[in-house]
Write a protein that binds this ligand. Structure first.
Ligand code: 3PG
Ligand code: MG
Length: 360
């Protein structure tokens, strides 16, 4: 796939509008993880060093649904970005999603955005699966280019669709119903697919194991997926039985009132070994209820991956947070900014905001 990229744009003396991934985790007005902001820095610095007259940054945070929500203003995000790069000559505009016309891909709103600049650069891979005014609408109205990180996302995720033999894919999190087509596709491309998180519960159910009162998807795992021996389910788990001391045990020991909240130590060790021995690893989604502190399995895989030197593409908020706890070679491990966008790209091999940046 050939994209128009920033390297081929003549930006000198131009006003450049840049769509960024400003949707970062915020707590009490503070940015908790700046990975998505860091991803925009090379593009901002490229524009400066190539003589852009003005840089206008646009993005969204959260889902304010067309209303002004004080806790989702851009100011703290812009302040954090300002710690990462010099923002003189740069304007950071207010949350795009305070205006309902953004998500509606309203042509008048796209035209308003286009009127701000001479060129458009998309540096927001995480929203590339959304056909919004700032991702698709405006790109049709201005000469438009993929940002430096955006272009890398497309290249690295495209290569994850042609993995070397015996590669390993790890998929976690919830919502089997939305991930089912991707899991089927990955089974055709990857030697082994590991299913953790709530997806692992769904597979356990389909394979006749007890799953207690664990989170289960509304849609069952189809027999042809459940029957695939290269798709692995956890063999042990940590359980939340309502008491403070969570226990771990083999899956066959799951009690009716218990919830599976993480892969167990035996599964962690076995999967860490598979991951560290694989020529290539694709990973999206945590192995446990990460946001509630069940980080053991996800962190174990992240540590194994970081120290193994395996090539990998990882994405999704919790997965990125886990991998970021370890030091790793960024040439080998590519961290995608995309959560949903990464999964949709892998399933469809393109996205709406990519289509509008393709060379004719
Ligand atoms: C993300 O968080 O992955 C992007 O910001 C997309 O957000 P959305 O799911 O609210 O469109
Ligand atoms: Mg989001």
């Amino acid at each position: 796939m050939e994209l128009k990229t920033l390297n081929e744009a003549d930006v000198a003396g131009k006003r450049v509008l840049v769509r960024c991934d400003f949707d970062v985790p915020l707590k009490d007005g503070e940015v908790m993880d700046a990975s998505r902001l860091k991803a925009a820095v090379p593009t901002i610095e490229f524009l400066k060093s190539h003589g852009a007259q003005k840089i206008i940054l646009i993005g969204h945070a959260g889902r304010p649904e067309g209303r002004v929500v004080e806790s989702l203003r851009m100011a703290p995000i812009a302040a954090k970005l300002g710690e990462l790069t010099d923002l003189s000559n740069v304007e950071v505009r207010e949350n795009l999603r305070f205006d309902a016309r953004e998500e509606a891909n309203d042509p008048a709103f796209a035209a308003e955005l286009a009127s701000l600049a001479d060129l458009f650069v998309n540096e927001s891979f995480a929203t590339a699966h959304r056909a919004h005014a700032s991702t698709v609408g405006v790109a049709k109205l201005l000469p438009s280019y993929a940002g430096l990180h955006f272009a890398q996302e497309v290249e690295r995720l495209s290569s994850a669709l042609v993995p070397p033999q015996n590669s390993v894919a790890v998929i976690g999190g919830a919502k089997f119903e939305t991930k089912s087509p991707l899991i089927e596709k990955l089974l055709a491309l990857y030697g082994t697919v590991l299913l953790g998180g709530a997806l692992g519960n769904d597979l356990l159910k389909a394979r006749g194991f007890p799953f207690g009162s664990s989170l289960i998807s509304s849609v069952p795992v189809p027999a042809e997926i459940a029957g695939n021996e290269r798709l692995l389910n956890p063999t042990d788990a940590y359980f939340d039985g309502g008491s403070m001391d969570d226990r771990s045990s083999v899956i066959t020991d799951t009690r009716a009132d218990e919830k599976i909240v993480d892969i167990g130590p035996a599964t962690s060790a076995a999967w860490a070994k598979l991951v560290s021995e694989a020529p290539f690893v694709l990973w999206n989604g945590p192995m446990g209820v990460y946001e509630n502190g069940y980080t053991h399995g996800t962190d174990a895989l992240a540590g194994a991956l970081a120290s193994s030197g395996a090539r990998a593409v990882v994405g999704g908020g919790d997965t990125v947070a886990a991998v970021s706890k370890f030091s790793f070679d960024p040439e080998k491990i590519f961290v995608s900014s995309g959560g949903g966008a990464m999964l949709e790209f892998l399933a469809a091999a393109t996205l709406p905001a990519i289509e509008v940046l393709k060379k004719p």
